[in-house]
Design a protein around this ligand. Structure first.
Ligand code: A3P
Length: 307
């Protein structure tokens, strides 16, 4: 390859880290910001299912459970494409470089119904058509400490996200909501407040870990689907961390080559409750807890940080 081409490519790769712009106080990537008008005007259809989460709360896991249910446990059908393309990521868009181009909007618009769509948007930024069409929504929340740890490692390995800085620095950003998609605290509380006003199933990552069968049954009921015991067991098996970690359609090794560096930290990292204990110092834990109490004083939401 000619030297100028190589320099061009390496320049492209070093420039992947997203520029962050605030929209109504929520930090988003520049491409999301620049396509926001279209995101806001997105035309939801009544039979759309929205899977909403704060990033790293168990989105991919929930997506796989939902797809397995929709495909009645047919593993081959679920392997028709990667998670990233089976379920359009509503607001996400990557404009450059061209080989990484992605538009959640375009993917969704071209997709026949019924669609399952993913979003990390806080509730106030969800396009109004989802409410107008009374779409079903599954929201998954994960305890702040594990969510933060997972988000930190994801920033380290995913070059499309801003540089996380040190663990200490990232923790500070997380606590002040200066991370992509904004404050975890506002996100989980905001969705919690809305849950009884709309068709929202609010789930917890910790419950899914503790008793996945029970949570899958909740999703089945919410989607008004029935499966045999055999299919239910198949869903359980194929959506386990161990199987999803090895499945190229779910482990993000087929997309984002040159963007996600799984040798720094794999996308399917630990899949556990309580890994925060391996990251927080005693002092950091105290600081985090004190701040948490203040930020979560105005909600009935309760999280478990260990099982
Ligand atoms: P860790 O980084 O703690 O391992 P998202 O899909 O929202 O980006 O969330 C990713 C997190 O969910 C990662 O957490 C990942 O390992 C975990 N995860 C993915 N599939 C899982 C599964 N089947 N069971 C448990 N955790 C899973």
């Amino acid at each position: 390859m000619a030297l100028d081409k190589m320099e061009d490519l390496s320049l492209k790769c070093t420039n992947l880290r997203a520029e962050v712009v605030e929209l109504e106080g929520i930090p988003l990537t520049q491409p999301i910001y620049s396509t926001w008008d279209q995101v806001w005007k997105f035309k939801a259809r009544p039979d759309d299912l929205l899977i909403a989460t704060y990033a790293k709360a168990g989105t991919t896991w929930t997506q796989e459970i939902v797809d397995m249910i929709q495909q009645n446990g047919d593993v081959e059908k679920c392997r028709r494409d990667t998670t990233y393309r089976r379920h359009p990521f509503l607001e996400w868009s990557v404009l450059e470089p061209s080989e990484l181009r992605y538009s959640g909007l375009e993917l969704a618009e071209a997709m026949p119904s019924p669609r399952t769509i993913k979003t990390h948007l806080p509730v106030q930024l969800v396009p109004p058509s989802f409410w107008e069409q009374k779409c079903k929504i599954i929201y998954v929340a994960r305890n702040a400490k594990d969510n933060l740890v997972s988000y930190y490692h994801f920033h380290r390995m995913n070059k499309e996200l801003p540089d996380p800085g040190t663990w200490e620095e990232f923790m500070e950003k997380f606590m002040t909501g200066k991370v992509l998609w904004g404050s975890w605290y506002d996100h989980v509380k905001g969705w919690w407040k809305e849950k009884d006003k709309h068709r929202i199933l609010y789930l917890f990552y910790e419950d899914m870990k503790e008793n996945p069968k029970k949570e899958i049954q909740k999703i089945l009921k919410f989607l008004e689907k029935d499966v045999t015991q055999e299919v239910l067991n198949k869903i359980l098996h194929n959506t386990s961390f161990e199987i999803m970690k090895e499945n190229p359609m779910t482990n993000y090794t087929m997309e984002f080559q040159g963007v996600m560096d799984h040798s720094i930290s794999p996308f399917m990292r630990k899949g556990a409750v309580g890994d925060w204990k391996n990251h927080f110092t005693v002092a950091q834990n105290k600081k985090f807890d004190d701040d948490y109490k203040k930020k979560m004083a105005d909600t009935s939401l309760v999280f478990r940080t260990e099982l």
